[in-house]
Design a protein around this ligand. Structure first.
Ligand code: NDP
Length: 495
């Protein structure tokens, strides 16, 4: 097979002189500084976007404040209607958005279509449904009256104001949609700061949002480096930050938010997610499960698993089955529909993964499969299986965010639990077994925001998602996000 042909609209979009998206339209930057967007499949520059300056940030905040005044007064039904319309527009422009995503991130085109567009539209519709269901409650005050007077009380849920949404490069379209949908459905306005590596799709989606009827200023986009993100958080005119990204940046973002004006922050951070295979597991299902858990989008998924624990009697055959499957994966151009395994998203990340391969060798880990970068202009690395020597080895402790499954054997169930929890992180984990009652007994013992049984990585908008321990603060999805995007106002009445 060969690459799909880029749509004329994709080529036109790439060639544009991109500004930021402010006041409902493309807005030229106040400086001439530009950032090149590189296609990681071949190392070629495909577009350039503006580096956000302080003046751009000031303008975006003014726009978002004006947008908030209008959008927060828009009826819930009208807000929902705009978001439903935007979901439809994502689908109508499916191929254009998917191609843009693939050329900026290296994500294989099938995943761009299925996740970055189809799933994103599904999430958007889920959030749109909440607009008409965000309510306070009535409360009966508890204290006795002194002279026969009565009291009643109720709470209101009010949008927090201007939200800063900071988005990483791995699922730049879908994560931007989660953030704008949470903000807009609750009546907030939002300024999105995409990663400098993957800024293109959100610029196009902002245009579609205007087409869907979103008032000017409700959604703004500032492109640029992390400094633009920091300037948005530090700005006195912003009220909340919703950050998704790595743990070190998340800590910096949390500090900036506290120092700005105790700005509320939700932090969806990285992890080092564990998989435990109980002794009764079917090895074929387990090997298929590892592909799902660790190799989808080259492992560049926050919830992806990187630490695999199998019973000592099963670890060799399991790694052998996995190696057989990895050997059949078709590695190639992400625009080729038959490709199953594409590049990682940028050169720095490829180099970081190469350094992990070197560390594994230095620590005398066994490289069971892969373990090399692939020569060429693109940012490819081999899907890799590593057998560690001890729970202290680097590959079992540091997030690689790449297609590397590191294994360690265990002997008893107690040891398995200890190994799974022996990490400062706690985003997700999974256990694999035919014994459901055993699984249900283990679930409360596992320290993670999400625990899957016989599956891994699947996110559903109805099911809350977020980390415990060093993997973050706050939850997305379900009804849980509403607390983070609204203030609770209490009203008390004497009569
Ligand atoms: P980073 O933490 O490097 O960057 C995330 C975003 O923050 C980018 O837009 C980045 O901009 C911006 N940024 C950088 N410095 C600052 C700063 N000081 N203030 C404000 N914003 C800043 O993460 P990556 O993009 O490398 O993404 C990979 C990481 O994201 C992994 O650790 C992964 O686990 C995590 N992740 C977590 C998810 C979750 O839901 N828990 C989901 C997806 C990913 P720029 O890129 O331009 O520097």
């Amino acid at each position: 097979m060969s690459d799909v042909t880029l749509l004329p609209s994709v080529n036109l979009f790439l060639a544009r002189d991109h500004g930021h998206f402010i006041n409902g339209t493309c807005s030229p930057s106040s400086t001439s500084a530009k950032i090149k967007v590189i296609n990681p499949a071949n190392g070629e520059a495909i577009a350039q976007v503006s580096e956000g300056s302080q003046a751009d940030v000031d303008q975006a905040v003014l726009s978002a404040q004006a947008g908030f005044k209008i959008w927060s007064k828009t009826s819930p039904a009208a807000r929902a209607a705009v978001l439903f319309k935007l979901a439809g527009l994502l689908e109508q422009n499916r191929e254009e958005l998917a191609q843009l995503e693939t050329v900026q991130s290296g994500k294989i085109i099938q995943i761009s279509r299925a996740f970055e567009v189809d799933q994103a539209a599904h999430f958007l519709r889920y959030y749109a449904g909440w607009a008409t269901k965000i309510n306070g409650e009535t409360i009966t005050p508890s204290l006795p009256s002194f002279a026969g007077e009565r009291y009643t009380a109720f709470t209101l849920r009010e949008p927090v104001g201007v939200v800063v949404g900071i988005v990483p490069w791995n699922f730049s379209t879908m994560i931007a949609i989660w953030k704008l949908a949470s903000a807009l459905t609750t009546g907030c306005s939002i300024i999105i700061k995409p990663s400098e590596f993957t800024p293109l799709t959100i610029l196009r989606i902002a245009e579609l949002a205007t087409q869907a009827g979103l008032p000017a200023g409700a959604l703004n986009v500032i492109t640029g480096s992390g400094l633009s993100g920091k300037a948005l958080i530090d700005h006195p005119g912003t009220n909340k930050v919703s950050f998704t990204g790595s743990v070190p940046t998340g800590i910096a973002v949390g500090k900036s938010a506290m120092e700005a004006k105790l700005t509320r922050a939700t932090l969806e951070l990285g992890g080092k997610n564990s998989v435990g295979f109980l002794r009764d597991v079917d090895l074929d299902k387990a090997a298929d499960g590892i592909i799902e858990a660790g190799f989808l989008h080259s492992g560049q998924i926050c919830a992806a698993a990187e630490r695999f624990f199998a019973h000592r009697s099963q670890i060799e055959p399991l790694m052998e089955k996995l190696a057989q499957r990895l050997a059949t994966l078709k590695i190639g151009s992400p625009l080729d529909e038959s490709t199953q395994f594409g590049p990682v998203t940028n050169k720095q990340h490829q180099q970081k993964l190469e350094a992990f391969f070197k560390t594994a060798r230095n620590e005398s880990n066994t490289i069971v499969f892969g373990g090399n970068a692939i020569d060429g202009p693109g940012c490819y690395v081999e899907p890799t299986i590593i057998l560690a020597n001890s729970a202290k080895d680097t590959l079992l402790n540091e997030e690689t965010f790449g297609p590397i499954a590191t294994f360690l054997p265990y002997d008893t169930d107690e040891e398995l639990l200890h190994l799974m929890n022996d990490t400062p992180y706690g985003l997700s984990a999974s256990i694999w077994t035919n014994d459901l009652s055993k699984a249900l007994r283990l679930v409360p013992e596992i320290e993670a925001g999400t625990v899957w049984v016989n599956m891994h990585t699947m996110l559903d908008p109805a099911v809350p998602f977020g980390g415990v321990k060093a993997s973050g603060i706050g939850r997305e999805f379900g009804a849980a996000f509403i607390d983070d995007y609204t203030e609770l106002k209490s009203v008390m009445i004497r009569y």
